[in-house]
Design a protein around this ligand. Structure first.
Ligand SMILES: [Zn+2]
Length: 304
């Protein structure tokens, strides 16, 4: 369902094309967020005029009954909370009660709506810019200056490839470590678990980060390639070990039709599962690269 429709069902007005509501003085917006490549979820977002403390975040999580999602964006970070639509639009009364409860908490915590430009701190905004789909009062000059500054930074760091070889090496080591749970379950249960394969790209990316390589937009691709190579390589090594144990060559071993078909099966499964693993891990990796920053900047520029 489109957010406009959800806004209508919740009885909200549209503000710069975004459903906007107000509960006891607190503005909120409805937004649609990609959880991963396949899942999208609706959230309500409150944006405050200061960074939330750990205490405040915990209190809000408690009131929500769920952990709150942090907004990772170029201009909104610790001052916005994104809460899943708990009761949705099917139980409007419960939804409203829940909002009232949250608003009472915000009042008790003495929180206030964001009313200043997040880039310079002044209140006399002259336009609205979109950050993660939320219209935020800003100055055009502040946005232009900020966009230029971040773009230059992103370009310069993307060109700095000094740490790239080291990072790729660490990414390979990470992928090998990420493969361990799969090897263990394979040797104990003689079966594959698809979810464990997601650890391979995640560990690989963790290794990449340890190498301080550039967070360029191509990083998820590097991680995918390493992950796609590492799992089938492991299968080949496993069969080479079996051949060694049987004191034959790998081609002799695979000359046996039964062996060959199980080899092909293992190879196929590992490629398929690693593809699923990459699909699960992709969004997580992507949002830590400059590709995400560029996307956010584009949104900000287009709505300015
Ligand atoms: Zn400003």
């Amino acid at each position: 369902m489109k957010i406009e429709q959800i806004g209508q069902k919740l009885g909200l007005n549209s503000f710069h094309d975004v459903p906007k509501g107000n509960v006891s003085g607190f503005d909120y917006y409805v937004t649609l967020v990609n959880i991963d490549l396949l899942v999208k979820m609706n959230f309500i977002v409150f944006v405050f005029n200061k960074k939330l403390t750990k205490y405040e975040k915990t209190a809000i999580s408690k009131a929500q009954g769920l952990p709150i999602m942090r907004i990772e964006s170029i201009g909104l970070q610790e001052n916005a909370v994104m809460l899943p639509l708990k009761y949705g639009f099917k139980r409007l009364e419960k939804h409203q009660k829940h909002l009232d409860k949250l608003a009472a908490l915000f009042t008790r915590l003495e929180l206030k709506n964001l009313s200043h430009c997040p880039f310079c701190g002044n209140e006399d905004n002259d336009t609205y810019g979109k950050l993660k789909g939320i219209p935020i009062a800003v100055h055009k000059a502040c946005v232009d200056g900020y966009v230029e500054q971040v773009e230059t930074h992103v370009e310069t760091t993307a060109k700095t490839v000094k740490n790239l070889p080291k990072s790729i090496l660490f990414a390979i080591l990470g992928a090998i470590i990420g493969l361990i749970p799969t090897i263990l379950t394979l040797s104990i249960f003689s079966t594959y678990f698809a979810l464990l394969f997601a650890l391979i790209p995640l560990c690989s990316f963790y290794g990449y980060k340890k190498g301080n390589g550039p967070r360029a937009a191509y990083v998820p691709v590097i991680i995918t390639v390493i992950s796609m190579i590492i799992a089938p390589t492991f299968i080949v090594l496993m069969y080479m070990m079996v051949a060694d144990y049987e004191q034959v060559t790998l081609s002799t071993l695979l000359g046996d039709p039964e062996m060959m078909s199980s080899f092909q099966y293992d190879l196929g499964i590992s490629v398929l599962f690693i593809a699923i693993g990459v699909l699960i891990a992709w969004k997580n990796i992507y949002k830590q690269t400059h590709a995400q920053v560029k996307k956010d900047l584009k949104e900000l520029k287009n709505n300015n």
